[in-house]
Design a protein around this ligand. Structure first.
Ligand code: GDP
Ligand code: GDP
Length: 470
């Protein structure tokens, strides 16, 4: 297995990156959340609860950048956990274009702060010093002792209340290199987000550990103290990837984490955060109602889906027939006829390489854009081969269409009477496009829009209406 070693590769990305560095509890996650504008990292009052790097995208006055929230720089690394956190911070520093050292203005200067400052300066990258928790003018006095770090410009901020953040971000973003906009669509370089979901005990943690490698099992080392929404970077056969919410899956400290209800709720949340959903099915148990529930949620949201049948070692021992098994899966999940089924044994590594290759193929389809001319050829020949049923005695006419979205591939078609296109015909078109345009592994959406007929006879104009997507 080579997956573990490639997990060391940092997500390569054309967007410039800022790393938030500092001791645990100084307020890194608070600033991170403020900048990315959503509650992604959960803020706790316990020191050291951010254990892994957390990636987010943000912009400041139109300048886009990535933010890396680090686990915290603990310099008196006693335990293994501290060492790992340090290692992760090092890597974040390597990946970043600018470094933001956060200091705790409420607690005051800490002996470790100087060491951290020196460490960051040695990187040769621009370093910004933000003294956090300066919530009121009264607290501003706390700033002065930090000048002992030898920095002439300190930014007094309150991440919680947003004070001073504008000045800080102004300076930090000014130091960033421009995003390489010349290079074709950015998405290919953005880490692809993968959600590993499924019922309790199907082998999700085993799979995640295999994908990200042993080193990143930090979470298991300290049960009960981890946050929920923590993502793990990993390499998808060389392509930068992020497994979302891995901490939540690997934490097995609470009884509730073993319960069906909570696992499913968490799965649904992870589905929202992923582009590709790897849904793990327990091979011996087969597809259950709960599987169908999670999967239809993912399908409704237009996610790319890969069905991983785990514990295949046990099925093989029983002499199971892979093709018969696959058929059963599709019978149970007819709405997922496009989703590939891969057979794996997370515990032994069987099928993992193939699963990753399949995941890449699915994502390539998912993010592909087809030229309008090619799409219209497919549209015309599909309509010619099998015309839409008449609507109130009049033909349904498809004028033209174009791809208006990726992930999932979405096509907008201009039609004289969108409301008259039957579900069957919509499905027919989707299948045609899948086949003709090479979207065989992913969901395809159609949006039907009204376009007035060329003849003006009736004088009736219909406002463009939006059809349901399928
Ligand atoms: P991290 O470990 O560095 O990511 O720190 P967190 O963002 O989790 O914050 C640690 C604690 O500091 C939390 O209780 C936050 O509410 C608190 N905190 C963060 N920013 C501020 C601030 O600007 N002022 C005050 N008073 N508290 C803050
Ligand atoms: P999770 O609750 O979905 O995260 O499941 P775990 O990863 O904790 O695995 C649940 C149980 O299934 C554990 O006892 C694993 O050892 C076992 N398991 C996981 N993968 C495999 C596999 O490929 N083959 C077999 N036979 N057992 C597995």
């Amino acid at each position: 297995m080579t997956v573990a070693s490639t997990a060391r590769t940092a997500p390569a990305c054309r967007l410039p990156a800022i790393a938030l560095v500092g001791r645990p509890n100084v307020g890194k996650s608070t600033l991170f959340n403020r900048l990315i504008g959503q509650r992604k990292a959960i803020v706790h009052d316990l020191p050291g609860v951010t254990r892994d790097r957390n990636y987010g995208e943000a912009q400041w006055k139109g300048k886009r950048f990535r933010l890396i929230d680090t686990g915290g720089l603990v310099s008196d690394a006693g335990g293994k956990l501290e060492q790992t956190i340090q290692q992760q911070t090092r890597r974040a520093v390597e990946e970043a274009d600018a470094l933001l050292l956060m200091l705790d203005g409420k607690e005051g200067l800490n002996p470790n702060d100087r060491e951290a400052a020196d460490f960051l300066r040695r990187s040769g990258k621009p370093v910004f010093f933000a003294v956090n928790k300066i919530d009121s003018p009264r607290r501003e006095d706390n700033l002065y002792e930090f000048y002992r770090l030898g920095e002439s410009r300190l930014f007094a901020i309150s991440a919680e209340h947003g004070l001073g953040v504008a000045e800080l971000m102004e300076a930090v973003t000014a130091s960033l290199p421009a995003a390489e906009e010349s290079a074709a669509p950015d998405e290919a370089a953005e880490p692809v987000r993968i959600a590993v979901v499924g019922r309790p005990n199907v082998g999700k943690s085993t799979l995640i550990n295999r994908l990200v490698g042993f080193e990143r099992s930090v979470v298991d080392a300290a049960p009960g103290t981890t946050r929920d929404a923590i993502d793990s970077p990993f390499s998808l056969n060389g392509e930068p990837g992020v497994l979302v919410d891995t901490a939540g899956i690997r934490r097995k400290s609470r009884v509730s984490d073993r319960l069906e209800y909570f696992t499913i709720r968490r799965s649904l949340r992870s589905v929202d955060r992923g582009d590709l959903v790897i849904h793990v099915i327990d091979g011996p148990e087969g597809v259950t109602d709960q599987d169908a529930q999670i999967l239809s949620y993912a399908h409704d949201r237009g996610k790319a889906i890969l069905l991983a049948v785990n514990k295949w070692d046990r099925m093989e021992a029983q002499g199971a027939d892979p093709e018969a098994y696959r058929r059963q899966v599709y019978e149970r999940l007819p709405f997922l006829e496009f989703a590939p089924v891969v057979l794996i044994a997370a515990a032994t590594g069987f099928g993992i390489r193939k699963m990753l290759a399949t995941a890449r193929a699915v994502l390539a389809d998912y993010r592909r854009q087809v030229p309008t001319s090619v799409f219209n050829q497919a549209l015309q020949s599909s309509v010619k081969a099998h015309a839409a049923p008449f609507s109130r005695g009049r033909p349904v006419k498809f004028y033209y269409g174009t791809q208006t979205g990726k992930a999932p591939p979405t096509f907008t078609l201009f039609v004289n009477a969108p409301g008259s296109v039957t579900e069957d015909y919509r499905r027919y078109l989707i299948n045609q496009f899948r086949r003709a345009l090479g979207f065989s592994l992913v969901p395809v959406r159609l949006i039907l829009r009204a376009r007035r007929e060329a003849s003006r006879g009736t004088g009736r104009t219909r406002p463009p209406s939006r059809g349901r997507s399928g």
